[in-house]
Design a binder for this molecule. Structure first.
Ligand code: MOS
Length: 706
């Protein structure tokens, strides 16, 4: 059944977040707020070295410390069952003497208070046999490996890029680099495990309760049906809570071991080596072009860092595969194994990094040939997917370019490097194309109408801050033709219908399609039950019992290439004396399918732009190359944009409905906004200063005396 949403419609309306008030008043129950009777507190003791083996682990003092209930180490911890995706790591701590990264748990201390557990964890004494580690992408190019177990091809090739490069009128190649970055969610990861016989309830900060259920069940060798995972609110995740990390397995293990419920909240410092980060990339981009601006060949070769013994797929060259019409394209991805914890997806994985390389390179060619950067992109507009030849499910990128350019005033942008100044500040304009893959996740949902006519959406989804609790009722209300105020949602519980994860910008289209399906079925049921002239409220009052409808959405392969598109335009001001870059204006225009809630959608896109500004100008997790530790393990040493760093932001949407992508016309929203921004900033910095910066983040020392 296809859910056609009702006109005149609630869809697109900028409805306020239903959970806004409880969040800002502190009433929302985050995982760290969970309290259960007889609960003990877990604290990790972690490895001080990055590579080697435990030679000695002395827990005697910790065990004798006041209030300690149990100290779990590799010597006494149960062996886990084999785990697979969505486990973030296949090799779990507390299973052997091997140390693979600094910060790896070597003991889990459980005590009756948090303070006592923290104190006792400090008494765990470890000695190590050190091994040499690799931490830096630049160190060792000989060991580059291909990842074969990802969800996409590591390499693609169409046409003959080498020959076409050689024959092209203009040949360009450059190396671009992005660095390690951490998610820095405001809410640290937290989990509380409560056993009742062989049944586990896990309160967990996760973007995917079902993933946690399956991985924890496999690791602890209990049936998945015995594991209930609950996650009511998340204080951000950005990918760090997407997969299942060791603490989510070790805490329920410790609760069983200790015979008591155990709560563990990772410290801020532990967050830097416990739930992933964005890997660093080195991207070699080569482009062959005609003087007219027609692209003849593009190659994009990516090397990125990956943990020892693990595999994480990061496809930073995916933009290059699909964004521009070009007959000869090759992309490769290789990993360099490093002695750091496993990297993971971080808000805009793949395209977020790769768009820096590709969109910077195109800008360089635009300046080299004197073709306007936007015009260069239009001359190579892809009408279908260059890799597969498939049509796009929807693509209004041309309209997005035009809309963004108009709102920004691109045609009035300066055309010569360094020509605009304001006192000591140099002014520059830059733009880039935005692209994000569309990840379609199957989902189910249930709708319940109560005798008073109110409606509840029930689904085991998660609220990561994007607005699921608001958007799903909006969709249900639209199909039913009722006031969205009469619809609420319960989520974050594996006792509810199976829903997709809250990552990959997938929730609205996937879960939303299931909710629309349930709403159609509920509407049909009400039509059967209703008498002539009766309102829903009257029917329900007469029926006197809940009416329930189950909905589902299963994306089917339909021959379309699915992406979201956009264009971002940035104005920077560069202080010549201090080298500081201020992003004065960011204007994005996006082709994302149907916008369900204009307010939450706009927040997603402007949030993405801010995220991109962080990538461009501030964020870097330096690694101490001697010790293999992330240098800054707190928010005072890791810079993220604050209000003073962010100028004017505007997000615009082209009018679009994609009925190939989902049953409600929507595609993905959030992560697209974080793509393209870093390139647009670097391009604007070039325009302002004449300095081409190919390594992120752009730092003042690169621009002093520009
Ligand atoms: Mo995201 S990196 O899809 O949470």
């Amino acid at each position: 059944m296809t859910a056609t949403l009702n006109p005149p419609s609630n869809i697109g309306r900028a409805l306020d977040r239903k959970d806004g008030r409880v969040k800002v008043t502190g009433a929302a129950d985050y995982t760290a707020d969970v309290h259960v009777p007889n609960m003990a507190y877990g604290v990790f003791a972690t490895s001080a070295i990055a590579a080697g083996r435990l030679r000695l682990l002395d827990t005697t003092l910790a065990e004798r410390a006041p209030g300690v209930v149990a100290v779990m180490t590799h010597r006494n911890a149960p062996r886990t069952g084999a785990v697979s995706a969505p486990a973030a790591m296949l090799h779990l701590p507390l299973q052997d003497e091997q140390i693979s990264y600094e910060g790896q748990p070597i003991a889990l201390v459980v005590a009756d208070t948090l303070e006592r557990a923290t104190y006792a964890a400090g008494l765990v004494n470890a000695e190590y046999d050190l091994e040499a580690g690799t931490f830096d992408l630049q160190t060792d190019w000989s060991s580059r490996e291909r990842i074969e177990n990802g969800y996409d091809e590591p390499d693609t090739r169409t046409g003959d890029p080498d020959a076409a490069l050689h024959a092209a009128e203009i040949r360009f190649c450059a190396r671009y680099e992005t660095t390690y970055r951490h998610h820095n969610a405001m809410e640290p990861s937290a989990t509380t495990a409560v056993w009742d016989g062989d049944r586990l309830t896990l309160y967990d900060a996760t973007q995917h309760v079902w993933g946690v259920q399956s991985v924890v069940a496999a690791a602890l060798q209990v049936p998945a049906a015995n594991v209930r995972v609950i996650s009511h609110y998340l204080g951000g995740g950005f990918g760090s809570k997407g997969y299942v990390w060791p603490h989510q397995i070790l805490v329920p293990m410790a609760a069983r071991f200790a015979g008591r419920p155990v709560k563990l909240v990772l410290t801020r410092a532990q967050m830097y080596a416990a739930c992933g980060y964005q890997t660093a990339t080195i991207q070699d981009v080569a482009i062959g072009m005609e003087r007219s601006g027609t692209l003849r060949a593009i190659t994009h070769d990516v090397v990125y860092a990956n943990a020892q013994r693990e595999e994480f797929p990061e496809y930073a060259a995916v933009n290059t595969r699909v964004l521009y019409a070009c007959p000869n394209i090759a992309t490769t991805h290789r990993v360099l194994k490093v002695n750091l914890i496993q990297p993971t997806a971080m808000r805009a994985p793949n395209e977020g990094m790769g768009s820096f390389g590709l969109e910077s390179a195109l800008d360089e060619l635009a300046w080299q040939t004197g073709i306007d950067p936007l015009e260069l992109r239009l001359r190579n507009y892809a009408e279908h997917d260059p890799l597969t030849g498939r049509p796009f499910s929807s693509k209004k990128l041309r309209e997005a370019y035009a809309l963004g350019a108009e709102k920004f005033g691109w045609s009035r942008a300066a055309r010569h490097v360094g020509e605009r100044r304001d006192g000591d500040e140099l002014i520059g304009h830059g733009m880039a194309t935005c692209l994000m893959s569309t990840y379609r996740m199957p989902s189910t949902a249930r709708l319940r109408m109560r005798p008073d006519g109110s409606v509840v959406v029930e689904a085991g989804s998660q609220e990561i801050g994007t607005g699921v609790r608001t958007i799903m009722p909006q969709i249900a209300a639209d199909v039913l033709g009722v006031d969205p105020a009469a619809v609420t949602m319960v989520l974050g519980d594996t006792d509810l219908p199976v829903a997709g994860p809250t990552y990959g910008s997938s929730s609205t289209m996937g879960l939303g399609s299931a909710v629309a399906d349930a709403a159609l079925k509920l509407k049909a049921r009400l039509a059967e039950l209703g008498r002539d002239g009766e309102s829903y409220t009257e029917t329900m009052a007469r029926v006197g019992a809940d009416i329930v409808a189950e909905g589902a959405w299963e994306p089917a392969e339909n021959g379309y290439a699915m992406f979201t598109f956009g264009a971002v335009f940035v104005e920077v001001r560069v202080d010549r004396a201090l080298g500081l870059v201020h992003a004065k204006r960011c204007v994005g225009a996006y082709s994302v399918g149907r916008v369900i809630n204009r307010k939450t959608a706009t927040s997603q896109m402007t949030g993405g732009m801010i995220w991109g500004l962080g990538q461009a100008l501030l964020e870097r997790s330096d690694v101490d190359a001697r010790l293999g530790r992330f240098v800054s393990k707190n928010l005072s040493g890791y810079l993220v944009p604050i209000n003073a760093d962010v100028g004017m932001l505007e997000a615009h949407f082209v009018d679009e409905y994609d009925d190939h992508a989902s049953a409600i016309g929507a595609k993905g929203i959030g992560e697209l906004g974080a793509t393209g921004v870093a390139a647009a900033v670097a391009n604007a910095v070039y325009h302002a200063t004449g300095k081409r910066l190919r390594s992120l983040p752009i730092r003042p020392e690169m621009l002093i005396d520009a």
